[in-house]
Design a protein. Structure first.
Length: 213
């Protein structure tokens, strides 16, 4: 799928569910993008743009302080070309959609166990190691439009055991509505994991911020 074919409504739906998963305010329309006034320790505001536009360039010109993030369904080069030099492009990510049917549950390694916790539209899956430590975890947030996956993480000492896959499968099996699109934003490393699970890249997902200091 090319950049121009990424549906802005899908991008908005992803950001709306992502805000629910993170406990952030809902996104609002702002100059061709979707703004979230996060006001967290790491981030004051973020904008997500389905494609490059004049509004993206205007916001980039206006902002001079760190802890503001501009994100684009496009390549690092496309985002860089819209920014003043004070902005720094972050490591590449990918906007992905599940293209395959739900996968069957696989057994965990001996001694590990899966726990699911649900709080309204948010589900958390945790893999507990034999010693009681948190080995892997991840979240979904469901709305009427989409199911998004977020913060899929495996602790360093427990990698290469299929725990990330197990978390994804458990979260997928816990969905309330199976017909909704499943979306996530993956790192370069995560992209390969999700591709093996039947996910497809909709677009590169570039990000930039102004460095501190």
């Amino acid at each position: 799928m090319t950049l121009s074919n990424v549906d802005p409504k899908l991008v908005f739906a992803w950001q709306a569910a992502h805000s629910i998963a993170r406990g952030s305010p809902p996104p609002v329309l702002d100059r061709g993008g979707f703004r979230v006034d996060t006001h967290s320790e790491k981030e004051v505001k973020r904008w997500v743009f389905p494609q490059p536009c004049a509004g993206l360039r205007a916001i980039a010109q206006d902002i001079t302080a760190p802890r503001h993030y501009l994100k684009l369904c496009g390549s690092d080069e496309e985002l860089r070309s819209a920014l003043p030099v004070r902005w720094e492009v972050q490591p590449a990510n990918y906007f992905m959609i599940a293209a395959a049917a739900t996968l069957e549950t696989r057994p965990l390694p001996v001694g590990y166990r899966m726990e699911l916790q649900q709080a309204g539209p948010v589900t958390r899956a945790c893999v507990i190691a034999p010693d009681g430590d948190l080995a892997a975890s991840g979240y979904t947030a469901e709305t009427a439009d989409v199911c998004i996956y977020d913060r899929i993480e495996t602790a360093q000492d427990h990698r290469r055991k299929g725990l990330g896959v197990a978390v994804m499968i458990a979260l997928g099996a816990a969905r309330r509505t199976l017909a909704s699109p499943q979306l996530l934003v993956a790192t370069e490393d995560g992209r390969n994991l999700y591709a093996n699970l039947g996910w497809a890249v909709l677009a590169p997902f570039a990000a930039a911020t102004i460095p501190e200091g």
